[in-house]
Design a protein around this ligand. Structure first.
Ligand code: HPA
Length: 282
């Protein structure tokens, strides 16, 4: 098979067409015409992919079109097609962040591509700072809801009805069904509200007090736009944060991206098994 060049449809102005083009290209390059579940692996979560099943294909995200080159250490730039039981899982080995300077539609492009490829379930993972006193470093936490304080959304502009409705309901954006399912696999999983901020600086202690006052229990720089895009498209979302540090001002340590990655790496294999078990039950 001679692959065609990457799609030149830009998600910024044509999010549906770009996702459709990337999904077609994905099928062509992987030989897998349908993916059931998408998994987005955040900071340090990449080793989790090795626990999810047999890797059928791995290709650079940029080959799909619509994805920028990754710019942050620890954020990979490939996508894997994984056979997990009788499911085809599409694992993004890294993600695009707003703080890299990308348009919200570029941030949401992976999720939209996965939905066009057939995924009805989207699993989002991230590293986050923990605000609750019961949270410990290395702990996985289910996201029960979010507060989007990025000031951005992938639904900005004229709505394309092929993507979803103009005013999507986010009440159950973090699927209660999937959270229950995750707890049947790991009954000790806690739940928390994730506050998404733009970054890339970690928060000031005063901002962390604001997050707490507003009801945030985890803080991070990703996930919320992807969740909005998935919910808009009618996909179910399961989101998991790994607490890699206590939020600024709450712990003793200065915040360091390397430490965040190291904490994530030590837990990632365990998280991979968790995700694989959940995927097997979806
Ligand atoms: N704040 C924001 N993003 C993060 C943090 C944090 O404390 N830890 C990991 N990602």
């Amino acid at each position: 098979m001679t692959p065609a060049g990457p799609s030149h449809v830009d998600p910024t102005d044509h999010p549906f067409d770009a996702a459709a083009a990337s999904a077609a290209r994905l099928a062509e390059l992987t030989g897998v015409d349908h993916h059931d579940v998408a998994v987005v692996l955040g900071s340090g979560w990449k080793p989790a992919a090795d626990r999810m099943g047999e890797v059928v294909a791995e290709i650079p995200m940029t080959e799909l079109g619509g994805f920028p080159e990754a710019s942050v250490a620890g954020h990979g730039s490939t996508v894997r097609s994984i056979r997990s039981g009788d499911r085809n899982v599409l694992a993004f080995m890294g993600r695009v962040h707003l703080y890299e300077g990308h348009h919200p539609n570029v941030v949401a492009h992976g999720v939209r591509t996965a939905v066009r490829a057939g995924a009805r379930v989207v699993v989002l993972t991230n590293a986050a700072g923990g605000l609750r006193p019961d949270m410990t470093v290395g702990q996985p936490v289910l996201i029960s809801d979010h507060i989007n304080l990025t000031g951005r959304t992938p639904l900005l502009g004229t709505n394309d009805d092929r993507l979803g409705p103009r005013f999507p309901d986010l009440t159950d954006a973090y699927s209660p069904r999937l959270r229950d399912l995750a707890r049947t696999v790991e009954p000790t999983l806690a739940e928390a509200v994730y506050m998404g901020l733009l970054g890339p600086a970690y928060e000031t202690p005063a901002e962390v007090r604001m997050v707490a006052a507003l009801g945030g229990e985890l803080v991070g720089m990703s996930t919320v736009l992807e969740t909005i895009a998935a919910a808009h498209a009618g996909a179910e979302v399961l989101a998991l944060s790994l607490v890699t540090n206590l939020a600024a001002g709450l712990g003793q340590e200065a915040l360091d991206h390397e430490d965040v990655l190291a904490v994530a790496a030590t837990s990632a294999e365990r998280m991979g098994t968790l995700i694989a078990d959940v995927v097997g039950k979806i």
